[in-house]
Design a protein around this ligand. Structure first.
Ligand SMILES: [Zn+2]
Length: 527
């Protein structure tokens, strides 16, 4: 078993009820677990604070009530790129913690807030999803991955960036941003994606672009993601916001992925995603991730490139940023770095935080999906950031760096979804089992029942165990098996957990242990 998969937990979604208070809860050791254990509705995390929706009776001593009618407010998290910024002209400052600000916008305050030197996320008043500890996907060197990575072309990347820059502006509510969405969709179609569609998310905004390359073995709703936002912003007016580095670069990584992976098959599906509305506070990705979660999609990992083409020194290293918990993403970061190290010359630098992430990967994290952000520097030090000078040659000043970063994202994605041909070799011929025990699993994928048959070539008593885990590594079922030779077991699992409830469609791991043998099998429950 070469790969272990991380994915989602379907926690019971609790909707924000009317007349909730928005409350700041100080955190001990940045740990949200005690709050989850009390079934509190956590909507965001800032370093040492959780933002919680609470009924008045739930509020405890030591908590700060920020708003007693949260549903009527519009709240934004802002990361200050200059320490002394005063955001108070745009609304009420509710929290100021280091470079983090929580602001309740005054009506019409968003334009002014966007014009500040800040990175933004709208606070959506829905609880974030809890995820238990996720196992790491495993890196395994594979010549097929190197072959795919070698197809990545610096010219192809530069040409696509130039095409996006030539839209003049991709401000999310402008027609030229819609035109850019159509052009991106045309690329995905040209590169043979099985499904391409525009996804409308917020009134007045250009749509997201969603492209699907279907997996050869597993259903469509289990997939890896490469993504970037394609909308842009300029402090000098929205008619010219070329956004070459921010973020034609990350968008083109997703387009290039579709191009170089087109003639290969993978076990799992890939999704190439381009988001709009990011500059307004992660609108497009919030919608996408919420839909994915609602549909029960299993997302194996998300690679989100946002500004990957500016080098302020050489060699530049790519920041690999994510959260340390909720969900725990360090395993995915290490997996990405191992892929980058194996298949590219890219230097990387891991940055883990308990703070919110100021790009589209945060939307996935909020729904419990493991997700990384890739950026040239953090905090951003590109002097052309959100200026008309963000063009090829200025804000986008290093195509070689962008090419290596793109290669690393593609290597990680292709490894995550597993080249099909390489995987097909595994079951060919019965592998040597030192114990003489074999586990047969059929059918897989399954809809209701799956059968595990244990074959044993020798007659002896054995201690056997068969345990079923969900994609996040949580134990779902555990079977006690007869251990005498005369009762060699066939176990039928009807897709229910220990309490008899049906588990959702998705990926599950079967761990079978016998003396001298530990076998892990991936099984897929479909709908
Ligand atoms: Zn950006």
């Amino acid at each position: 078993m070469k790969n272990i998969i991380i994915g989602i937990v379907c926690a019971a979604g609790v909707l924000a009820s009317a007349q909730s208070w928005l409350v700041r809860v100080p955190l001990t050791d940045q740990d949200l677990d005690p709050l989850f254990n009390q079934n509190l509705r956590i909507v965001a995390q800032i370093d040492n604070s959780a933002l919680v929706l609470a009924a008045p009776a739930e509020v405890r001593a030591g908590w700060d009530v920020l708003d007693t009618d949260a549903e009527r407010g519009t709240f934004y998290l802002a990361l200050l790129l200059e320490p002394d910024l005063d955001l108070s002209p745009h609304g009420d400052i509710l929290i100021r913690e280091g470079q983090n600000v929580l602001i309740r916008l005054r009506p019409g305050g968003l334009d002014g807030l966007m014009a500040e030197r800040v990175m933004l996320k709208k606070v959506f008043l829905r609880p974030i999803v809890r995820q238990s500890r996720a196992p790491a996907p495993a890196m395994r060197a594979d010549p097929v991955i190197q072959e795919i990575v070698n197809l990545v072309s610096a010219d192809s990347i530069l040409n696509a960036v130039r095409r996006l820059q030539n839209f003049q502006t991709r401000y999310s509510t402008y027609d030229s941003c819609r035109a850019a969405a159509n052009w991106i969709a045309s690329r995905f179609l040209a590169y043979g994606c099985d499904t391409v569609y525009l996804q409308t998310h917020t009134s007045g905004h250009a749509p997201n672009v969603v492209a699907v390359k279907r997996g050869a073995l597993y259903p469509d709703d289990i997939y890896g993601v490469i993504c970037g936002h394609f909308d842009s912003y300029s402090y000098s007016g929205q008619n010219f916001a070329p956004g070459a580095d921010d973020n034609a670069s990350g968008t083109v990584a997703a387009i290039e992925a579709a191009r170089v992976m087109k003639d290969y098959e993978f076990e799992f599906s890939c999704r190439y995603l381009a988001f709009s509305g990011e500059e307004f506070g992660l609108y497009g990705s919030e919608y996408y991730a919420g839909q994915a979660y609602g549909n029960g999609d299993s997302i194996l990992g998300v690679f989100n490139g946002d500004m990957i083409a500016y080098a302020d020194h050489w060699p530049e290293s790519l920041e690999v940023m994510t959260r340390v918990s909720n969900p725990p993403c360090e395993p995915l970061a290490d997996f990405f770095i191992a892929c980058a190290d194996t298949y590219t010359t890219l230097l990387t630098h891991k940055q883990l935080t308990s703070n919110w992430q100021p790009s589209d990967n945060q939307s996935f994290l909020d729904y419990g999906y493991p997700a990384l952000m890739h950026i040239e520097d953090f905090y951003p030090i590109n002097p052309y950031y959100h200026y008309p000078g963000d063009t090829i040659g200025a804000g986008y000043n290093n195509n070689a760096f962008c090419t290596e970063a793109t290669k690393a994202e593609i290597a990680a994605l292709a490894t995550l979804v597993r080249p099909y041909a390489a995987a097909a070799e595994e079951p060919a011929g019965p592998p040597a089992r030192p114990s003489g025990i074999q586990l047969e699993v059929t059918p897989n994928p399954f809809i209701t029942d799956i059968r595990f048959t244990i074959h044993d070539s020798r007659s002896m008593d054995k201690e056997l165990s068969l345990k079923i885990y969900d994609a996040s590594g949580r134990l779902i079922r555990s079977f006690v098996l007869p251990t005498t030779y005369s009762l060699l077991p066939t176990v039928v699992w009807s897709g229910t957990d220990q309490t008899g409830n049906a588990v959702p469609a998705g990926v599950y791991f079967i761990r079978f242990e016998a003396p001298g043998l530990t076998a892990v099998r991936t099984v897929v429950k479909t709908r």
